[in-house]
Design a protein around this ligand. Structure first.
Ligand SMILES: *Cc1c(COP(=O)(O)O)cnc(C)c1O
Length: 374
């Protein structure tokens, strides 16, 4: 089965990891700093905080924003459930706003209509790698004193008006899961240019521990002394995996270019299919395509999906609207809440999209899709 996404690992990646395995540091060591500095520089942010997953990145980011009980977080339903779940775990109420039917990204107008005096953050997702309309979310956040969080699990390597994703929002969360645009096996990062937010993020991912002498409440206790000033967790990304990240990041441009080529081949091959809607791009965006989402008539989606799977094409559906999950159903969220997101989901199929796809495999996908639609 041809998967919908997979990692690209080279001998250089393996050598980078092996070198760390033979060094003094398996976890928090020099590779963590190297990786964090490389990510921050690449995405145009002052600070990158590495963590153990994209989910951890979201949890850390919401915690650093100060999301808690009584707060509301406005977000999109067309996402992996972690975008909402991590804020819900901190006690926030999740307010789902609808997507733009063209791109599947959170619609800034719908988000604006969902804001109340209790809204603490707006969390938008760069669906499929296509950046959200950051300017509109920036204005909304500034007007209401909210945090603008960008879930960029799909979009490391994307740009909007020549600015990299990572420099657009107050805080941006990346995932380095193997299917994403680059990988550390499991891993993620929180990036921001807000030094206070970065400091709180670093504390939360490391038990809330404080060690700097000038920040200690109880001073001059002894060389062993450290303090917890707020509760945190252990979300530290090990040196072994940061080394893989440094090595992968050096090939991000190549990955993005190959994804763009595959996207263009699909676009061309399906341009004559009247029943099919191809992915749309935000004005001014140059996406790093994590997914290739096609939309087919909803009454045909199940059949086309099954035929492709039967043909050895490992298609996927992204995403079940987040509030359809029973955990949200049990909280009283009902179907029909965000009709555009539900319609998008009902017609969506993600075709294989990853840099190691050969031209012959792309042709295989094209033929199988055209057969399934025939
Ligand atoms: C993958 C993903 C996450 C979670 O990332 P993990 O590294 O798998 O924990 C969060 N949000 C979106 C949109 C994702 O695609």
């Amino acid at each position: 089965m041809l998967p919908y996404g997979r990692q690209s690992i080279t001998a250089d990646d393996i050598a980078a990891v092996a070198a760390v395995l033979e060094s003094d540091w398996l976890t928090t060591g020099p590779q963590v700093d190297l990786f964090e500095r490389a990510i921050a520089e690449r995405v145009g942010a002052a600070q990158a905080v590495s963590v153990t997953s994209g989910t951890a990145a979201l949890h850390v980011a919401y915690a650093a924003i100060g999301v808690g009980p009584g707060d509301e977080v406005v977000t999109t339903p067309l996402t992996f459930v972690a975008t909402a779940a991590t804020a819900a775990l901190l006690g926030a109420k999740i307010v789902f706003a609808d997507v733009d039917p063209a791109t599947g990204n959170l619609d800034p107008q719908a988000a604006r209509a969902a804001v109340t005096p209790r809204t603490k953050a707006v969390a938008a997702v760069d669906y499929a790698g296509n950046p959200v309309e950051a300017r509109a979310f920036r204005e909304l956040a500034d007007e209401h004193g909210l945090a603008f969080l960008e879930d960029a699990a799909h979009s490391v390597g994307s740009t909007l008006e020549d600015r990299p994703v990572g420099s657009l929002a107050d805080v941006t969360c990346f995932s380095f899961f193997p299917t994403k645009n680059m990988t550390t096996a499991e891993g993620g990062a929180v990036v921001t240019s807000d030094e206070g937010l970065a400091l709180r993020a670093r504390a939360f991912k490391n038990h809330g521990l404080v060690r700097e002498p000038e920040r200690l409440r109880h001073k001059h206790v002894g060389g062993w002394h450290q303090e917890v000033h707020s509760f945190g967790l252990n979300y530290r990304l090990p040196d072994v995996l940061c080394a893989l990240g440094v090595s992968q990041l050096a090939r991000l441009d190549q990955f993005v270019a190959r994804r763009a080529t595959i996207k263009a081949r699909y676009d061309e091959a399906f341009a004559d299919l009247d029943e099919v809607r191809l992915p749309q791009v935000t004005a001014g965006a140059a996406p790093a395509w994590h997914l290739y989402p096609v939309r087919v008539p909803p009454e045909r989606r199940r059949n086309v999906f099954d035929r492709l799977r039967a043909d050895g094409i490992g298609v996927q559906v992204n995403y079940i609207p987040a509030y359809w999950h029973p955990v949200f159903e049990d909280l009283g969220y009902r179907r029909g809440l965000c009709p555009h997101a539900e319609a998008y989901y009902a017609s969506e199929i993600s075709l294989p999209m990853f840099p190691a796809l050969t031209d012959a495999q792309v042709d295989q996908v094209i033929e199988a899709f055209r057969r399934a639609m025939g």
